[in-house]
Design a protein around this ligand. Sequence first.
Ligand code: NAP
Length: 270
Amino acid sequence: MTVMMRGKPVADKIKEELQAKFAGKQVTLAIVVVGDDAASHVYKNRLVKMAQSLGVQTREVLLPATATQEAVLEAVQRLNEDTEVTGILPMMPLPKPLDGDAVGAAVAPEKDMDCLNPLNAGELYLGRSPWAPCTPRACMAILAHYQIDLAGKQVVVLGRSNVVGKPVANLLLQQNATVTICHSKTRNLSQLLQEADVIVAAIGRAEFVQPEMVQDGVVIVDVGINQVGDKLVGDVAASVADKASAFTPVPGGVGVVSNVMVMETLTRNM
Ligand code: NAP
């Protein structure tokens, strides 16, 4: 029988723990949004609502799409210096021609909510820090909640972005999985997928992974969110669930837990 690894029970449990940790403390999340990108504003509004439900204050810093690089860096610097601000999340990607990497690097490491500062990324890659970006941590929280043992398993990570693929591969390695990172230039992809015990898909290609590409009993963590008509689908076809031993649905899987992970990052200095 396939275990449907829904995100809600995982998110609810973490929220309960966070409520207890935040109780009686002054915690403030600053969210920086540059421009009018609809997805960024939807994400920001969702985070504000979740913060409120956990007793976390929010500070919204909204800058126009025409803001200069200096103006964005100054806004981040002000938040770095503000002792009332616990964590800072600049919404990515920034409008062109702004340099998102430079803005991420400007966030003080201890206030960095999504591992944008290279110092934090370095600590993660050295295996000295669990504070990966939020979505990879959501994948790991789901696997832990549903008691998927990773030690010695062949795990294929589809995608090598800095925000999902590379960090999730590092976290899997920290759990003693044998990890193969695949990308658009990978030649023997179908063979690697066939041999995988676990597949973490983060490529942004609707229903790319089909049932005939995987072995029976595979564990699927589907990070992909793709709009197809009026539906949201993952990078893995829903029909793969019939062959899988465990599977995250889209929607209702990784995305649900990712948002809570932003809140969890606020506890890093507690
Ligand atoms: P991204 O930056 O666009 O990276 C996509 C990666 O997939 C790249 O490494 C690319 O390879 C690889 N790729 C693309 N087509 C491929 C193919 N046909 N075969 C093998 N590899 C292929 O994407 P991302 O930001 O990591 O996001 C990936 C997906 O996760 C998207 O659907 C996004 O919406 C979703 N997402 C979800 C959450 C959540 O909370 N659930 C959070 C973030 C992202 P190259 O490097 O060679 O180009």
